[in-house]
Design a protein around this ligand. Structure first.
Ligand code: ACO
Length: 173
């Protein structure tokens, strides 16, 4: 199935926020854009499965979650990389913006849920996703962009310009 143009999609955020240089640096078969309300059908959850266990609650629940994110203004910036030849998703990532009372009511970008389809890894798709998310975070005025990752992924994030700082603590329910 050929690529559905952005103009025919209900998008999570304005596509102009994704820098042109990132769009142009992708292979000609790939397109980067905000998450769309019909992306359940393009394999969004299948790509996320590369990262962790994902329960599929069905399209209706997925669309509800999409609209929950869309109705939080200036908070969720989830984007996807689509294979133009099949109109399926091959990469995903999100930056979500936290509003603080410190640093003059400063804002922080949290990068979350980065995943690239196993067959497409090693082609700089992950790098482009991080470049786009970092640029969005900076364009929105975040004073820092941060993320948590496993030791295995540290070299990847270093290649993306990040450096190791402090430690992550977790307590699962
Ligand atoms: N170890 C060392 N170097 C790496 C690794 C790694 N694990 N992964 C990528 N790199 C390097 C690449 O070799 C490349 O280096 P180069 O510029 O010298 O050629 C550079 O990092 C960019 O790599 P990409 O091709 O852009 O990486 P890819 O598209 O494969 O995406 C990703 C990397 C997202 C980690 C992918 O492998 C993936 O989906 N892994 C499984 C899910 C996962 O772990 N996601 C990250 C979770 S952390 C979070 O979400 C905040």
């Amino acid at each position: 199935m050929p690529l559905t143009p952005d103009t025919e999609l209900e998008l999570l955020f304005a596509p102009e926020l994704i820098p042109l240089d990132v769009k142009l640096s992708l292979h000609s078969d790939l397109h980067i854009r905000p998450l769309a309300s019909t992306d359940y059908r393009r394999g969004h959850l299948d790509v996320l499965r590369v990262l962790t266990v994902v329960s599929d609650l069905g399209e209706e629940a997925w669309v509800e979650q999409f609209h929950r994110q869309r109705t939080c203004p200036d908070t969720y910036y989830t984007l996807v990389v689509v294979d133009k030849t099949t109109d399926t998703i091959v990469g995903v990532g999100c930056v979500f913006i936290e509003r603080k009372f410190l640093r003059g009511n400063g804002i922080v970008g949290h990068i979350e849920d980065i995943a690239v389809d196993e067959k497409q890894q090693g082609k700089k798709i992950g790098l482009r996703i991080i470049n786009a998310l970092t640029a969005i975070s900076e364009r929105k005025g975040c004073y820092k962009t941060i993320l948590n990752c496993s030791d295995k992924n540290i070299p990847f994030y270093e290649k993306c310009g990040f450096e190791k700082k402090e430690n992550e603590m977790a307590k699962y329910a």
